[in-house]
Design a protein around this ligand. Structure first.
Ligand SMILES: *Cc1c(COP(=O)(O)O)cnc(C)c1O
Length: 440
């Protein structure tokens, strides 16, 4: 039995085997100590409905995790309830709605840059707003003049990712936020790229009103297999009253006889967004991770993540087109247009061929504004040796694309399953009736 499952596990790529450089996803190594903490009887075994008096440790952990995230981001209060980044975005947009409604202000639009993650406009639409797109300039940054033209009395908020999905830092962020605030709108930060700025820059100091965190990216909870995530949302003081209820809170005077409690008395709250308190054991892993590293360690995460990405970018720039030049943050985006135009090799083919070299492919075809995009995020947990191995594979594939392109377009050949018909998988959802070996 053990051998059977060990063999099955080896058929998949995983972060314990080799680099997993999916851009925007932050597939870092997840320290095993986090799993040990999450498995502690007092955390794994506590019933969510137990009276607060008997769950002081669990509530205290949530309270202090919220305080850590507030300190890391420069926000004033944090709700841990949303179960993913996308869910955090929706919570953020619903709070934007509640904020304007309270002021009797009917606003209609949310501005989102064209480099944004697809969840941003989706969350905007779910919250009942229309998305207005703002273009990126030739340097990959928001075109501030265009933003000025778009922002008006109908603008409810702007959603910004910083560093953005091109791995570029929005150097004019202060000015952007001022433009937004002058129009009475709110500034939302998509914090999925926090791995680049942990301990270095704080969104709250830049003037953002709301942000979400992806604990399963930045704070090392395993993800990618459809498992639970956690997308806490932080806000500045003027928005605290809208956060989802209940909120893990502290009463140092112990009026009820105990210190930590779940605060349900939040009349302005947008409501509940998840069963009980959110994905509690993911919070436990993030809490353990933050305590293990401490402030210095968190800062080194960001420094090494940025260093690793720049090292790889420098190794790969001679072999692939780099549309946005200059130092990157924690990730960078290459383009396979040269390989496609000259040899008929697409980004998808390069991604598949990487599997034959024993490494996971980067994110491809995102962000949408880069043709044949290969979006690479090594994370801080890769050694120089593993970065070199990845670069060697990418360089070998660039050479193969010129000399033997059919090797690349026919890949993968060494995996248990070869090139898949991905459209079929999406269109014929009933896998049970599939006979397994059709000709087309
Ligand atoms: C991952 C990601 C999201 C969505 O987060 P989920 O936790 O996957 O829902 C949003 N924006 C960016 C930039 C991301 O990388």
């Amino acid at each position: 039995m053990v051998r059977h499952f060990a063999r099955l596990a080896e058929k998949n790529h995983h972060v314990d085997r080799a680099i997993y450089p999916l851009g925007s996803c932050t597939m870092k190594y997840n320290p095993r100590v986090n799993e040990d903490v999450a498995a502690l009887e007092g955390l794994a075994g506590v019933h969510p409905e137990v009276e607060g008096e008997y769950a002081q440790g669990a509530i205290a952990m949530m309270y202090h995790l919220g305080r850590f995230l507030a300190e890391i981001s420069g926000m004033d209060a944090v709700s841990l309830q949303p179960p993913a980044g996308a869910s955090g975005e929706l919570v953020g947009m619903l709070m934007v709605r509640a904020y304007h409604a309270d002021r009797g202000d009917q606003r209609k639009t949310v501005i989102v840059p064209d480099s944004a993650h697809g969840t941003n406009p989706a969350s905007v639409a779910l919250a009942g707003y229309c998305t207005m797109e703002v273009a990126s300039g030739p340097d990959g940054r928001i075109d501030v003049d265009e933003l000025r033209r778009e922002v008006d009395g109908d603008t409810a908020a702007v959603m910004i990712t910083n560093p953005n999905t091109l791995g570029v830092f929005e150097t004019r962020i202060q000015e952007i936020i001022d433009v937004v605030h002058e129009a009475g709108a709110l500034a939302y930060l998509d914090g999925a790229n926090l791995n680049a700025s942990l301990g270095i820059a704080r969104s709250g100091d830049a003037g953002f009103d709301i942000m979400h965190f992806n604990l399963h990216k930045t704070f090392s909870a395993p993800h990618g297999g459809g498992g639970p995530g956690s997308g806490p949302v932080g806000v500045k003081a003027h928005l605290t009253k809208y956060l989802p209820y209940p909120l893990a809170s502290r009463d140092e005077a112990k009026a009820e006889g105990y210190e930590y409690f779940m605060d349900y008395d939040r009349p302005k709250s947008i409501g509940k967004v998840h069963a009980v308190y959110g994905n509690f054991l993911v919070m436990a892993k993030a809490y353990a991770y933050i305590l293990t590293l401490g402030p210095e360690g968190l800062r080194r995460v960001a420094e090494n993540a940025v260093l690793n990405a720049n090292y790889l970018q420098a190794l790969l720039e001679p072999h692939y087109e780099l549309p946005y030049k200059g130092y990157c943050q924690h990730e960078f985006v290459l383009s396979a247009t040269r390989q496609k135009e000259e040899h008929g090799v697409r980004a998808l083919d390069i991604a598949k061929r990487l599997l034959d070299y024993g490494v996971h492919a980067p994110t491809i075809y995102f962000p949408l504004i880069v043709k044949e995009a290969l979006m690479i995020e090594p994370t801080e947990t890769e050694s120089r040796e593993s970065l070199d191995r990845f670069a060697e594979a990418m360089i070998a594939i660039a050479r193969e694309s010129e000399e033997t392109p059919e090797l690349v377009t026919g890949a993968p050949t060494s995996t248990p399953v070869g090139r898949m018909d991905e459209a079929c998988a999406a269109r014929e959802l009933d896998v049970c009736s599939w006979d397994g070996d059709r000709e087309e």
